[in-house]
Design a protein around this ligand. Structure first.
Ligand SMILES: [Zn+2]
Length: 452
């Protein structure tokens, strides 16, 4: 199969005008200037468009998609409390439908790889149904005293075995996500570290996201501390910064993905580099939940491994990685002025090869190069907002939208093309109808509680 467009953006090298990508058996075999006018059944010519590597979204919670727009204008602490209440309303089927809708949005937005943190496990099902590549981190919460290390590990292992069975032979990998340092008790964290290391599981953890989190961990103060006291949850303050706790607990290594890391400094950046720890940078979610702007320029100067993530649509509210790239650049420039080193090119690298490196998948994906998996997307430059295009790199970051995506391909298979999902086993309309019912139930809960 030959894919042609006005521009090809391999990311590994300069953009190519009038280029084509040759795909055989799911692998890229050539990236070159177009070889002639020859058409045919095996040639897809997208014309005024750009072909780029599939986007790597390094942090999502696809199962929360049905709650898009349900929890608004609240800072992190209140936001989490509200979210936990609404999660109670959802059934297993709701989780699956919700995650599937999120996976469809990802595919339609040019995302080919998703690193998802899941409580219900539903995102594995969603990625498989849609044909996306990904890693599903099974989430662990253990703040209650009756959640002993043994009990937590045994429940976790059951869930992981299920995930392994469900994803065997697929493009979806399995990992473990202790939720945060304040929702998993230290004894459980120690047991989890031992377990994940022994079994070689990749790890993902939310850390240094909010000022309330650092206040709790460093000083035993703030909203989280107050809530634990009110609920009678025994909480011993470590008296340390989250990154120091992670370092001392042996969590910082090449198999760990830290999500957010907003409240960190250059000393922490050096630690991330020396240990090979990767960061999932979620600029829009950080800003929306009033958590601040992460030191991205610092990370890039230190050459920390950084990928870009949208986070869930409850804190964003879309999976639009083009918009996320734009925010990543603009927030750095707005807060750091000319000291920011963020450029459009760096944003695209972060959303593709940066994400691939952060997930340890760079040998397979992240750039358009012979030998790599044919994970790519095609974006129209035809819209009024994209014309004229002098440089596809700046056009992608400063003008493009997810809705400009014409086609998304994973390992040579088309997973999205102009409104259609070829691998999906049911009509999209059926799924949408079921989600409408779920939404009504969520709406009733919101109305009953006087927040709708
Ligand atoms: Zn998250």
């Amino acid at each position: 199969m030959i894919l042609r467009a006005e521009w090809v953006l391999p990311v590994a090298r300069e953009p190519m005008e009038q280029g084509e990508v040759v795909v055989q058996n799911g692998v890229i075999v050539d990236v070159r200037r177009r070889s002639g006018m020859r058409g045919g059944a095996d040639v897809l010519d997208f014309g005024e468009a750009v072909i780029l590597p599939g986007l790597v979204n390094v942090h999502t919670h696809l199962e929360l998609t049905v709650l898009r727009g349900a929890v608004e204008d609240l800072p992190l602490f209140e936001w989490i409390r509200r979210l936990v209440e609404l999660k109670e309303v959802l059934s297993e089927q709701d989780w699956r439908d919700s995650a599937l809708w999120g996976a469809l949005e990802a595919a339609a937005s040019g995302i080919t790889t998703v690193a998802d943190t899941t409580d219900s496990g539903a995102s594995a099902y969603a990625l498989l149904q849609t044909g996306l590549r990904g890693r599903v981190y099974q989430e662990v919460f253990a703040v209650q005293p009756d959640q002993s290390p043994t009990k937590t590990l045994s429940e976790l292992e059951d869930k992981l075995q299920w995930l392994h069975r469900a994803t065997r032979g697929s493009l979806v990998e399995v990992g473990v996500a202790p939720h945060t340092l304040y929702t998993v008790r230290p004894a459980v964290l120690t047991a989890l570290r031992e377990h994940t290391r022994q079994k070689g599981y990749p790890v993902c953890i939310h850390a240094a996201e909010s000022a309330d989190e650092t206040a709790l961990l460093q000083e035993g103060k703030g909203k989280f501390a107050q809530m634990y006291a009110e609920r009678g949850i025994a909480w011993e303050t470590p008296g340390k910064h989250p990154v120091v706790i992670l370092q001392e607990g042996g969590w910082l290594d090449t198999n760990t993905l830290l999500v957010h890391a907003v409240h960190t400094d250059s000393h922490h950046a050096e630690l991330f580099v020396s240990t090979g720890t990767a960061i999932a940078h979620c600029p829009q979610s950080n800003a929306k939940l009033f958590n601040g702007v992460a030191p991205l320029s610092e990370w890039l100067t230190h050459e920390v491994k950084v990928g870009l993530g949208t986070d869930s649509v409850v804190s964003n509210n879309t999976l639009d990685m083009f918009c996320e790239m734009r925010s990543a650049v603009l927030l750095q420039r707005a807060t750091r002025g000319v000291h920011s080193c963020m450029t459009a090119r760096k944003a695209i690298e972060m959303a593709t090869t940066g994400g691939a490196h952060a997930l340890g998948m760079a040998e397979r994906i992240g750039t358009l190069e012979p030998g790599k998996q044919a994970d790519l997307c095609v974006l129209s430059l035809n819209g009024a907002h994209s014309f004229p295009t002098y440089d596809p790199v700046t056009a992608l970051v400063f003008s493009a939208r997810a809705s400009d995506v014409l086609m998304t391909m994973v390992a040579g298979k088309i997973v999205y093309r102009q409104g259609e999902y070829p691998l999906l086993r049911e009509p999209v309309q059926n799924l949408r109808e079921r989600l409408r019912h779920t939404m009504r139930r969520v709406w009733e809960t919101l109305s009953r509680d006087g927040t709708g």
